[in-house]
Design a binder for this molecule. Structure first.
Ligand SMILES: [Ca+2]
Ligand SMILES: [Ca+2]
Length: 399
């Protein structure tokens, strides 16, 4: 596991505070305008072939490519690791393809939200569709289950569905009305976990159909994207409350606040680096959180791109959909957050220390270097300033 910065123990705090005051006093004399935005993680963006395709969900395919749904384009898209896009039109018009997953049969499976079908596409682009029994159920999320079937959510139908690779269907009604099940993922316990967007709960269903639900601390949290973590827990985003959540198989929930409310975190994936990666639709960022809750965020080059989904490619790079910009983004893996390293360059420069000092002095906003706020309490303390100083001296290695 990657090193995570720790707060300096309290017994040193008087020395730390004095040192921090000295640092502030000394460097304040030198106040210069700190450097602007420096090097950011390497992100490339690939435009889609047709306008207003509205790419929605993306997944790593069995063929080494990334596959995604085009919600308004009514197509399934494929992008190679070097960015070549191919699109396949869905036979049924205006189906609003939404969720997509890699199936146990070597094909991709997807949901058709508007036309109430489950679709299957072979890696060469042949599409088959399976009609659900009730209209208006609106299937959204889909995942490969632990039993060799595909499991999906019916957002308006308030059900969890199961379909075998040959198209045999089963549906399980949720205990509470208007739960709005959205994302779905197989957990570490051979059960299927799902997020109840409207119900503010995390649910779990056995392959035999027995359902258990766990309420979140805020019923309006809107749990959204989900992924299986490296720590035998399921991780998820909370769109409305702007938090990242973690739930263990016994139902123990922990939630971590993002730096800004209103970021609207949506899709989430597990990186090969052992961190959880997610996209913030309204904040226009991709971000990482370690299993201990340390968060780092990175802006997306295109403004207002409305990122909604993210997947890890076979080479460890991150691929994400830009729903509003009609593009697929690709980001190289990035190192873990380093306290005070405002631009993610893995060094803390004197300019960055000055930025932190200016934040402490309230002459710059926290947003100018929120990685300095190690414990996410909305302010930078003397202790945290000293962590940044230590990182500056250690080139971001843990002391
Ligand atoms: Ca830096
Ligand atoms: Ca703090």
């Amino acid at each position: 596991m990657l090193p995570v910065p720790r707060l300096i123990p309290p017994r040193r705090s008087r020395y730390v505070r004095a040192s921090a005051r000295f640092l502030v006093a000394t460097l304040s004399l030198l106040l210069v305008h700190p450097a602007g935005v420096a090097a950011q993680p390497s992100i490339r963006e690939f435009p889609l072939l047709s306008p207003t395709s509205s790419p929605q969900n993306i997944v790593s395919g069995p063929d080494g490519n990334l596959w995604f749904t085009e919600y308004d384009g009514n197509r399934i898209g494929r992008i190679t690791p070097n960015g070549t896009v191919t699109e396949f039109t869905i036979p049924t018009a205006t189906s609003q393809p939404n969720g997509i997953t890699s199936g146990p049969d070597g094909n991709l499976w997807f949901t058709e939200r508007q036309r109430n079908r489950i679709g299957r596409i072979t890696p060469s682009g042949t599409i088959t569709e399976f009609q659900l029994p009730r209209s208006g159920n609106r299937p959204v999320g889909i995942t490969e289950g632990p039993d060799g079937n595909l499991w999906f959510t019916e957002f308006d139908g308030n059900r969890i569905g199961r379909i075998s690779p040959v198209g045999q269907l089963a549906e399980f009604m949720l205990p509470n009305p208007v739960s709005g099940p959205a994302s779905v993922v197989t957990g570490p316990d051979h059960k299927v976990w799902f997020a109840e967007f409207d119900g503010g709960r995390i649910g779990v269903i056995t392959t035999a159909g027995a359902i258990t639900e766990f309420p979140l601390s805020d019923a309006g949290s809107q749990p959204s994207g989900m992924t299986l973590g490296p720590d035998d827990a399921v991780w998820f985003t909370e769109q409305h409350t702007g938090r990242i959540g973690r739930i263990t198989p016994d139902g123990t929930i922990k939630e971590y606040a993002l730096f800004r409310s209103g970021s609207r975190p949506v899709g989430m994936t597990l990186g090969l680096d052992g961190n959880l990666w997610f996209v913030e639709r309204n904040a226009n960022r991709i971000a990482q959180i370690s299993t201990t809750g340390v968060i780092a965020e990175f802006p997306i080059p295109t403004t207002n791109s409305l990122p909604v989904s993210i997947a890890t490619g076979p080479d460890g790079r991150f691929w994400f959909t830009e729903f509003g910009a009609n593009q697929i983004g690709r980001a190289n893996p990035m190192p873990p957050p380093c306290p005070g390293d405002c631009d993610g360059s893995q060094t803390v420069t004197p300019d960055e220390l000055l930025t932190l000092i200016n934040i402490v002095r309230n002459s710059r906003p926290l947003a100018d270097c929120d990685v300095g706020d190690v414990n996410h309490d909305g302010r930078i303390t003397g202790d945290e300033l000293m962590l940044a100083l230590a990182a500056s001296l250690n080139n971001c290695r843990e002391p």
